[in-house]
Design a protein around this ligand. Structure first.
Ligand SMILES: NC(=O)c1ccc[n+]([C@@H]2O[C@H](COP(=O)([O-])OP(=O)(O)OC[C@H]3O[C@@H](n4cnc5c(N)ncnc54)[C@H](OP(=O)(O)O)[C@@H]3O)[C@@H](O)[C@H]2O)c1
Length: 312
């Protein structure tokens, strides 16, 4: 159960109708080994309904026992948001890790994704039920369409996802790898809110238009590949910024992401030391200048965008 605790870092986008806010919230007890505990609380983003823990744990390219061990470690150190997908072939391992952990299922935000090949109504319904069975859960917190389908009309897919919500097997729905126009279409077609669009977003790969849209429309932007698949951790410029805080390049990049109000980040780490390090990003705050410096690594116009969005 999340307990609302106001912390020093309550961020709200500076635009009139934006509803996304962040609060520090403890993610669990203070068991030994917790990185994301009551003292260094996690932050959740609330959109139209769900509270999505800002830091999730990515599981792509991990299967079987390796995936189970990694998710168990993530839960032990305090992650309460796990990202999986039909495509990753690891839903059963994720489910086993959750079931075997000391953390209550209700305290974990579980996201899975419908494979784009399963976008027909019949396949959305059947494949999602199969996902739930593999995960060993009665409900998933979030179901995403993994990528737009070029064969099945979006209204058909979203209609089926909406029906799964009516049946209470899916709490919230969203999309992944959608551009602004498709996201807008999805929001118009769905009977329920599209709570997030999960896209590639990291210091070298910007999403300016989408970030602006999501900020304006109170949609979360979930940053996948937040460490550029391991390229970010060796970046000297990020290392330099982190020195003042005793933080690594990876931690600076993750902090930069979650310091943007609509952004949730889901780094993957098979090594426990990486999972722990990536969770230790809530006890420091980048200055406006540092936010700009990280943003400018992408070659965009981060400073102007940040000012326009009220992020600074
Ligand atoms: N929706 C989509 O289409 C989509 C696409 C891609 C990814 N995703 C999601 O996003 C998640 C993250 O993306 P990703 O797995 O592609 O890549 P990533 O999170 O950007 O990078 C993972 C890599 O960084 C390394 N790493 C992690 N923390 C580190 C640290 N503190 N220091 C040094 N190295 C570190 C990991 O090493 P170790 O594993 O050795 O610890 C791994 O090699 C995926 O797992 C998946 O859940 C979604």
């Amino acid at each position: 159960m999340f307990l609302a605790v106001q912390g020093p870092l309550e961020l709200a986008a500076g635009l009139g109708h934006v509803a996304i806010t962040r609060e520090f919230k403890p993610t669990g007890d203070d068991s030994p080994g917790m990185v994301l505990g009551p003292d260094e609380s996690a932050v959740t983003v609330s959109t139209d309904g769900p509270e999505i823990p800002t830091l999730g744990f990515g599981t792509a390219r991990m299967t079987g026992g390796d995936c189970k061990r990694a998710v168990e470690t993530a839960l032990e150190v305090g992650y309460r948001h796990i990202d999986t997908a039909q495509m990753y072939d690891n839903e059963a391992a994720v489910g086993e890790a959750i079931a075997d952990s000391d953390v209550d299922r209700d305290d974990v935000f579980v996201c899975t994704k419908v494979h784009p090949d399963n976008a027909t109504r019949e396949n959305v319904l059947a494949s999602t039920r199969a996902s739930l069975e593999r995960l060993g859960v009665a409900t998933v917190d979030l179901l995403l369409l993994h990528a737009p389908s070029d064969r099945v009309p979006l209204e058909e897919t979203l209609g089926a996802m909406n029906d799964l919500q009516s049946e209470d097997v899916v709490d919230h729905i969203g999309v992944s790898n959608f551009g602004v126009d498709d996201l807008e279409r999805a929001r118009n077609l769905s009977e329920t809110p599209i709570v997030t669009n999960q896209v590639k977003y990291h210091p070298y790969h910007h999403q300016d238009d989408l970030l602006e849209y999501c900020t304006d429309e109170s949609v979360c932007l979930t940053a996948h590949t937040p460490l550029a698949e391991g390229a970010v951790p060796g970046d000297d410029r990020l290392e330099e910024i982190g020195k003042a805080y005793g933080k690594s390049a990876a931690q600076v990049a993750l902090r930069w992401l979650v310091q943007q109000p609509p952004v949730v980040a889901i780094p993957k780490a098979s090594r426990p030391k990486h999972a722990e390090a990536n969770a230790a990003i809530f006890e420091f705050e980048l200055t406006d200048e540092e936010m700009d410096a990280v943003g400018d690594l992408g070659g965009g116009h981060w400073s102007q965008l940040a000012a326009r969005l009220g992020l600074r």
